[in-house]
Write a protein that binds this ligand. Structure first.
Ligand SMILES: Cc1cc2nc3c(=O)[nH]c(=O)nc-3n(C[C@H](O)[C@H](O)[C@H](O)COP(=O)(O)O)c2cc1C
Length: 204
């Protein structure tokens, strides 16, 4: 007998939806910030954890103060608080996004090396069968990076590098940021004004 995926128990979805958002020390802190800004005007509850290196990139790459980034989220957690709610699968969430995701954190996720709250929450997200999107930012990749991405994918994660979509004809870096964040959210089933479906090339 073939088992239908629809007949299998599905993960419970909390109401209102709760999304875990993590920002690491990879380049692209503004992507995580824009995602939090976007979700602030929605009913989605954001649960934010910053890695220890994230404040460095936030300060270096943006005009944001770390406290202001934290205030964008509904709930914030300390990176080392492995007793926090999001460390347990019994705390329902709709998924997690690590944006941007460093190679170090990718490695932690791919190897279930859950030494801190961020990687523990990611591992819990995977074990509970919830969506985990990794906006991995590095270039170029060596074979070890590719192997880590492959292992994370096999465990259920979605590797979503912030690759610009040139076909939107971006006029600014902001256009590229918005499109990337919009697509990441769309991958998590969250529709926003940041990203519009491709309607096909205009008929000549
Ligand atoms: C300005 C800056 C940019 C960085 N960009 C990247 C990057 O794009 N990808 C990456 O994997 N690491 C990058 N790093 C290095 C990470 O911050 C470093 O490996 C850190 O240990 C990652 O730890 P975390 O994942 O806990 O934040 C960058 C560091 C700095 C200071």
């Amino acid at each position: 007998m073939q088992i239908q995926k629809d007949n299998l128990p599905q993960p419970q979805k909390p109401s209102p939806p709760r999304l875990i958002v993590a920002i690491t020390g990879a380049s692209g802190a503004i992507l995580g910030i824009r995602l939090l800004e976007t979700l602030k005007s929605t009913s989605i509850e954001t649960h934010l954890v910053l890695s220890e290196s994230a404040p460095l990139t936030i300060k270096h790459e943006t005009d944001w103060h770390v406290e202001d980034v934290l205030s964008l989220a509904n709930v914030t957690y300390d990176f080392h608080d492995i007793g926090a709610a999001i460390a347990s699968g019994s705390f329902g969430t709709t998924g997690m996004v690590i944006i941007p995701c460093s190679i170090k954190t990718l490695s932690a996720v791919a190897n279930s090396y859950t030494d801190d709250l961020l990687s523990r929450a990611a591992d819990v997200t995977l074990k509970e069968g919830r969506p985990l999107v990794l906006v991995v930012r590095e270039t170029p990749y060596h074979p070890g990076h590719i192997r880590l991405m492959s292992n994370a994918t096999l465990a259920g994660a979605v590797i979503f590098p912030p690759v610009p979509a040139y076909y939107i004809r971006p006029n600014s870096v902001d256009d590229i940021i918005n499109n990337t964040v919009g697509r990441v959210l769309a991958r998590l089933g969250i529709k926003t004004e940041l990203y519009h479906e491709w309607q096909g090339l205009p008929v000549e």
